[in-house]
Design a protein around this ligand. Structure first.
Ligand code: ZN
Ligand code: ZN
Length: 323
């Protein structure tokens, strides 16, 4: 079995929120204010993902804070009413498109403040066409809030090209109890769809009214620049969280080894067999070591802290270890 390092304790981690809205779309705060707020909350980067309008500016970048370029892209209403029909069955397809500086350098690009073209919604084919367009214009794509979008896990299997999905969306949970999509994630993974998970705020308010902060990804990358961050995301060297930290995660000598911030429990989720859950006994858990079972398809870890908040590690695919 190969040794693979997923999160290396010797490489720095950068905290980011990939999903937020300003008055450029339906957020309540001007973009400067919301970006400043994330800086104050200890984040290292964010993406200004206003609906269907493009951000590509280094205006607010500093040495210790970056604003990634991109958008939250959605399909467009079908003038013949088909989109309305699909809306009756509750599908709202939203994708976070994160500019990949290396890919974007070679192709067609979008410009700052430009409206992002929207493909008319006629169902799954149009959703894939929208993703395709985003990839061709130099982006990596996240499927946003699957449960809020009311798509089925079967729909997700039919989607091509998303490198990640939101396993957690703070405002969808606050407003419509649709923020958590672990079932959908496992459904994809069990059916052979390799997709990473992000946690994001989708913040619109940043006030007492509606809780819309607290989620993040931590990206393990040698330095804070846009190329390094996106490369690390593409490789799965990051994790999603609402609080707990994963300090190190690796497969070494057939063992899955994780070091984390003090946890109440560490759940290993695996298919098609079972993996254990570790509960703190006396002192909180700060490390686990588990002998991988070769017959499993994948295993992923959830770190749960004393407040019940979770971090979600990316899945370990057993066949990658056996190559
Ligand atoms: Zn959305
Ligand atoms: Zn959004």
């Amino acid at each position: 079995m190969k040794n693979i390092i997923y999160i290396d304790e010797n490489i720095p981690q950068w905290k980011g929120n990939l999903h937020m809205h300003s008055t450029r779309s339906d957020g309540e705060l001007p973009y400067r204010q919301i970006i400043e707020a994330y800086k104050q909350m200890g984040y290292d980067f964010c993406m200004m993902s206003d609906h269907d309008i493009y951000w590509d500016s280094d205006e607010l970048d500093t040495q210790d804070f970056l604003v990634l370029s991109g958008t939250e892209s959605s399909t467009a209403e079908n003038p013949n009413g088909l989109w309305f029909i699909s809306r009756q069955s509750s599908h709202w397809m939203h994708f976070c498109a994160i500019k990949d500086p290396m890919a974007a350098a070679n192709g067609q690009t979008l410009k700052h403040d430009e409206p992002v073209p929207r493909i008319v919604d006629t169902g799954i084919t149009s959703w894939n066409d929208q993703i395709d367009y985003l990839i061709k214009t130099g982006h990596i794509v996240v499927l946003n809030h699957p449960r809020w979008s009311r798509i089925s896990p079967e729909h997700m299997l039919a989607l091509n090209g998303c490198f990640a999905m939101e396993v957690w969306n703070t405002i969808s949970e606050s407003l419509e109890t649709t923020g958590e999509s672990e079932y959908e994630w496992d459904y994809c993974l069990r059916n052979g769809k390799r997709i990473f998970a992000v946690a994001a705020d989708d913040s619109h308010y940043l006030n007492e009214k509606i809780p819309d902060t607290g989620a993040f990804i931590n990206v393990s990358a040698p330095k804070l620049d846009k190329v390094s961050l996106v490369d690390a995301m593409k490789s799965g060297n990051f994790y999603a969280s609402r609080g707990p930290l994963i300090k190190d995660m690796r497969v070494q000598d057939g063992m899955l080894r994780i070091k984390c911030s003090p946890a109440q429990c560490v759940r290993l989720v695996s298919y098609e067999g079972f993996a254990p859950t570790y509960f703190a006994q006396g002192a909180p858990i700060e490390a686990i070591n588990w002998k991988l079972e070769p017959g499993l398809k994948y295993v992923r870890a959830e770190i749960v802290d004393a407040n019940g908040l979770k971090a979600w590690a990316q899945p370990v695919f057993l066949d990658e270890l056996n190559e």
